[in-house]
Design a protein around this ligand. Structure first.
Ligand code: MD3
Ligand code: FE
Length: 203
């Protein structure tokens, strides 16, 4: 079941469901080495999403701005390596959406609790916008906002459920997007949280 959000943006409903039991311990392993933390934006606001990373490059933010870097600023160590089950899922999903040969070098893991939101933004810290972004949603349902090329363009609301994978590339890669404040609607397996991970080619 492939739903179309844009010319090159697709929701693959339930695509990750049969690997969830392998993803969860892999996430725990990453979080053990590089824990979830709240980052500060360039303007000094603390984000309500907690995040960590795995892979060669990780996304970070502080008062100096947003960037990708090889080391976790909290631990001073390289980010944990990308678990093979992550890499395989990202490559398979990209292929199913028409992006064969996608090899991510970065995986940003976002944790949402009740009330967590992500305001409308573009992802443009990556070096090469020709690679797609693959995003995997686990746990509580979120309402995703999918906008246009300008911040003021109208947005479409898309529910993202446990196990859904979304792939964004080409013309849709720089569209504005965000997540509405999360409602507390516990998930049987993950409880009161939503975990989203996004695979990118950052370097
Ligand atoms: C659409 N995360 O980490 S994933 C992000 O649910 C981010 O945690 C959201 O936006 C989340 O930057 C949404 C989906 C996503 C990721 C990248 C995109 C949607 C995108 C890039 C372009 C257009
Ligand atoms: Fe984003």
């Amino acid at each position: 079941a492939r739903e179309t959000l844009g010319p090159q943006a697709f929701v693959l409903r339930g695509f990750a469901l049969d690997v969830v039991d392998a993803l969860l311990p892999a996430i725990d392993q990453v979080v053990e080495a590089s824990p979830f933390r709240y980052m500060v934006t360039r303007r000094g606001f603390t984000m309500s999403v907690a995040l960590t990373n795995c892979g060669a490059l990780g996304w970070t933010s502080d008062r100096r701005g947003y960037r990708y870097q090889p080391d976790d600023p909290e631990t001073g160590q390289p980010w944990p390596t990308m678990p093979p089950v992550f890499l395989q899922l990202a490559t398979d999903a990209a292929k199913a959406a028409g992006f064969a040969g996608f090899i991510p070098d970065s995986c940003l893991i976002n944790r949402y609790l009740r009330g967590t939101q992500l305001s409308l933004h573009q992802d443009k810290n990556e070096r090469d916008f020709s690679a797609p972004i693959v995003s995997v949603s686990l746990g509580m349902t979120a309402t995703f906002l999918f906008g246009g090329q300008e911040r003021t363009d109208k947005t479409v609301k898309v529910p993202l459920y446990h196990g859904d994978v979304v792939v964004w590339g080409g013309a849709d890669r720089l569209r504005y997007h965000g997540v509405m404040p999360l409602k507390d609607n516990p998930h049987p397996q993950l409880g009161n949280r939503r975990i989203n991970f996004t695979f990118r080619r950052a370097g």
